[in-house]
Ligand binder design. Structure first.
Ligand SMILES: Cc1ncc(COP(=O)(O)O)c(C=O)c1O
Length: 401
C-alpha cells in the first residue's frame, strides 16, 4: 500500500497530519462546511440525555442549587459514585476515594499533572486516544507505546507491556473498551497485567469511560477490583458516553485517598469544582429509578447499529477488528491502496462522510479508519451507500496501477 500522503490533499489536513488531536479537529472543521455531511467522526453520542436527568437539572436550578460545590465534588454525588463502583465494579471505595471532574478529559489532565515527574514514562496502548499524549507530555512525561494488533482484537498483551518497562516507567494506562479500536482487555489479561504491575511497582490508570457498552459474550472487568491492585489503581470514568451527557461535563476518578487529595489540590488551582447543576443531574443519572432502563435503551440502540455497520462494511469488502465494546468500528482500509488520511479527506469531499483516519490515533495506523456509530441506523445505511462506490473506485484504480 502507498503510505505516502498524496501532494493534492489540502494544506489544512497535511499540516496537522502528524498530530492526531489536531487532525481530528481539522477534519471536523472541514465537515462543518458541508450541510449534508454525515458525521461518523467524533465520539459524542447523538442520543438525547434521558428526560429524568434533564428534569433533575431544571429542579436544581429552580431550587437555587447553583452555588459552587466543594472542589472534589458534591458529597452526595461522591457517595453515589462510590456505591456504584462497589455495586457494579467490585471496588472497595468510599466517597473520600472519589473526585468529580469537569469531564473525563479534565480527569486525564489532573491525573497526569499530579502523577508525573519530568522524565517519567507512561505506557499507553497504540493506537490510542491522543489526548493521552497531550496530557502526558504537558505534564513533562514521556509516552511509551505498547503495540496491540488486529490478530488479537487489540487486546493488551502482558508480555509486551512487561518488555516496555524501564526504570523510568511510572504507570500503565489501560483503556477498555478502547477508543479507537473498540477492543477490550479481557479479564484474564487484566489479571496477568496486574501481576506485571505489582512486580514492577507500576501505577495502573484505567480509563473505563465506555464500560457500559460491551457486547456479548464479552464483559467489563475493573482491574482495581483485584484486592492487590486497589492501592495502585486510578480508575477514570464519566457520564458523557453512558448517559449521552457530553456537554454536561461530568467525569470522575476513583483512587486511594492520598491520590484524591493530590488531584484535588491541582483542581482547586485550575478549574475548581465541576458545574453544580451538572453534578445534581449526574446524581439522578446514577440513582433515579429510571437509571437502569435508560442505559438498557442505549445499549440496545448501539447493538443494533453495530450489526448494521458490520453488515454494511462487509458488503463493501472491508474488514474490521471485532467491535467488542464502545461505539466504534476500527476498519481496515488498506485494500483501497490509499493512505487513511487521504481516504478520509476524499470520503468527506466526494461522499460527505466524516470519519477519522487511523492516523488520528497514532502514526502507525494509515491503513485504518475509525467509524463512529453515532447516527441512526437509516443514516448509517445512507453513509454506506455513499461510501461504497468511492471505496470500490479507489480499490479498482489502485489494483490496476
Ligand atoms: C477514551 C476516552 N477517555 C476519555 C474521554 C473524555 O470524555 P469526556 O471529557 O467527555 O468525559 C474520551 C472522549 O472521547 C475518550 O474517548
Amino acid at each position: 500500500m502507498n503510505m505516502t500522503l498524496n501532494p493534492n490533499i489540502p494544506e489544512a489536513v497535511r499540516a496537522v497530519a502528524a498530530d492526531g488531536t489536531k487532525l481530528r479537529y481539522a477534519l471536523m472543521e472541514m465537515a462543518a462546511e458541508y450541510k449534508d455531511a454525515i458525521a461518523l467522526g467524533r465520539g459524542d453520542p447523538d442520543l438525547a440525555t434521558p428526560p429524568h436527568i434533564i428534569t433533575t437539572a431544571e429542579r436544581a436550578m429552580r431550587d437555587r442549587l447553583t452555588g459552587r460545590t466543594p472542589v472534589a465534588g458534591l458529597p452526595e454525588l461522591r457517595a453515589a459514585i462510590a456505591r456504584k463502583l462497589q455495586r457494579e465494579n467490585g471496588l472497595s471505595v468510599e466517597g473520600e476515594n472519589i473526585i468529580v471532574t469537569t469531564g473525563g478529559q479534565e480527569a486525564l489532565f489532573l491525573i497526569m499533572q499530579a502523577l508525573i515527574d519530568p522524565g517519567d514514562e507512561i505506557l499507553v496502548p497504540d493506537p490510542r486516544y491522543t489526548s493521552y499524549d497531550d496530557a502526558i507530555t504537558s505534564a513533562g512525561g514521556q509516552i511509551v507505546m505498547i503495540a496491540t494488533d488486529h490478530n488479537d482484537a487489540f487486546n493488551l498483551r502482558p508480555e509486551v507491556v512487561e518488555a516496555a518497562i524501564t526504570p523510568k516507567t511510572k504507570a500503565l494506562l489501560i483503556v477498555s473498551p478502547s477508543n479507537p479500536t473498540a477492543g477490550i482487555v479481557t479479564e484474564e489479561r487484566l489479571r496477568q497485567i496486574a501481576d506485571v504491575a505489582i512486580r514492577h511497582n507500576l501505577i495502573v490508570i484505567s480509563d473505563e469511560i465506555y464500560e457500559k457498552f460491551v457486547y456479548a459474550p464479552y464483559h467489563h472487568f475493573s482491574i482495581a477490583s483485584l484486592p492487590v491492585m486497589a492501592e495502585r489503581s486510578i480508575t477514570l470514568n464519566g457520564f458523557s458516553k453512558t448517559y449521552a451527557m457530553t456537554g454536561w461535563r461530568v467525569g470522575y476518578i476513583a483512587a486511594p485517598k492520598n491520590v484524591i487529595d493530590a488531584l484535588t489540590r491541582v483542581k482547586a488551582v485550575t478549574t475548581g469544582p465541576a458545574a453544580s447543576v451538572s453534578q445534581w443531574a449526574a446524581l439522578a443519572a446514577l440513582e433515579a429509578p429510571e437509571a437502569d432502563a435508560a442505559i438498557r435503551e442505549f445499549q440496545q440502540i448501539y447493538t443494533e447499529r453495530r450489526a448494521v455497520a458490520m453488515a454494511g462494511l462487509t458488503e463493501m469488502g472491508l474488514t474490521f477488528s471485532e467491535p467488542r465494546g464502545a461505539f466504534f468500528i476500527w476498519t481496515n482500509s488498506s485494500s483501497t491502496g490509499i493512505h487513511a488520511t487521504e481516504l478520509s479527506y476524499l470520503l468527506l469531499k466526494e461522499g460527505r462522510i466524516l470519519l477519522f483516519p487511523g492516523t488520528a490515533f497514532g502514526e502507525n495506523w494509515g491503513g485504518y479508519l475509525r467509524i463512529s456509530l453515532l447516527q441512526p441506523s437509516d443514516v448509517l445505511q445512507e453513509a454506506w451507500q455513499r461510501m461504497k462506490p468511492i471505496i470500490e473506485r479507489y480499490r479498482v484504480n489502485n489494483s490496476s496501477t
